[in-house]
Write a new protein. Structure first.
Length: 272
């Protein structure tokens, strides 16, 4: 991974996501694009100007350097300021810079209104083709390395494409991958072809990653995933936006969106 785009709006939750992204960037030796979109005028009783936005961004950069982890790789920070709507600006900057990943915070975990209307962060996910790491608002923990990573998929052809992207992004900082395979026909009696293919991919790349395979065959999968995530100590859960097979979508509808608004861990969204 060579670069990470981190949008901030100076709210506490976005700053927590910023710190999480910085820790990952430092571990990977990736360049950080620290981005802020502002709109001139008065917002919440505060007069916003380019100068104040730049001052706030500089303060965050100073804080980032103070909190840098000793012993990890050095990293470069480039600040980017744009006047305009945050959603449009983030999408534009993502296309211009083509970072390997975007790190953002969600707008509201479990908020029914947000689930219906959509949050800005969810709209960002749908508007870009770059992997997005999204942190729940109340999540303040720092990443623990090496990472334990979860990967949810429905056994479709595109699953291996998504898994390849996952390994490209985080393979060097992961020591354990838990694969959650959706099984609309029930748990198979023998190892699935997909599970064997993923294990073969890990071995072929020479990665020292422990692979653990979980089968999910019940319609209500969230309690099961939550339980397994806590038991295994996952640091990040990943899921793809790929269009799943009809039966998988019928029995496990809205999987990515459901996980996004209800899961308590950082979510890595992969685009097929």
């Amino acid at each position: 991974m060579s670069s990470i785009l981190i949008p901030v709006d100076f709210a506490f939750c976005s700053l927590s996501a910023c710190q999480f992204g910085v820790n990952m960037a430092q571990r990977l030796g990736a360049k950080i694009y620290l981005f802020h979109a502002y709109q001139l005028g008065e917002t919440n009783g505060i007069n916003v100007s380019r100068e104040t936005a730049e001052l706030n961004l500089n303060n965050i950069i100073d804080r980032i350097k103070e909190l840098a982890k000793p012993g990890d790789a050095s990293f470069q920070v480039e600040k980017i300021l744009r006047e305009g709507d945050a959603l449009d600006s983030i999408s534009d900057v993502a296309k211009e810079l083509a970072p390997d990943m975007i790190v953002i915070s969600t707008s509201s975990i479990g908020d029914r209104v947000k689930r219906v209307l959509g949050s800005k962060s969810y709209k960002i996910i749908r508007s870009v083709e770059i992997p997005v790491l999204s942190l729940p608002d109340e999540f303040t923990s720092e990443p623990t390395f090496p990472l334990k990573l979860g990967f949810v998929a429905g056994g479709d052809i595109e699953t291996m494409q998504s898994f390849s992207k996952l390994i490209q992004l985080a393979g060097s900082i992961v020591d354990e991958i838990h694969f959650f395979e959706l099984c609309p026909f029930g748990k198979p009696e023998t190892p699935s072809e997909l599970g064997l293919e993923i294990q073969s991919k890990i071995n072929a790349l020479g990665l020292e990653i422990q692979f653990v395979h979980h089968f999910l065959d019940e319609p209500s999968i969230m309690p099961r995933i939550d339980k397994l995530a806590k038991e295994t100590g996952l640091g990040i859960m990943s899921v793809s936006t790929q269009k799943r097979k009809f039966l998988s979508r019928l029995l496990f509808p809205g999987l990515m969106k459901h996980l996004y608004f209800n899961f308590e861990l950082p979510m890595l969204i992969l685009h097929s």
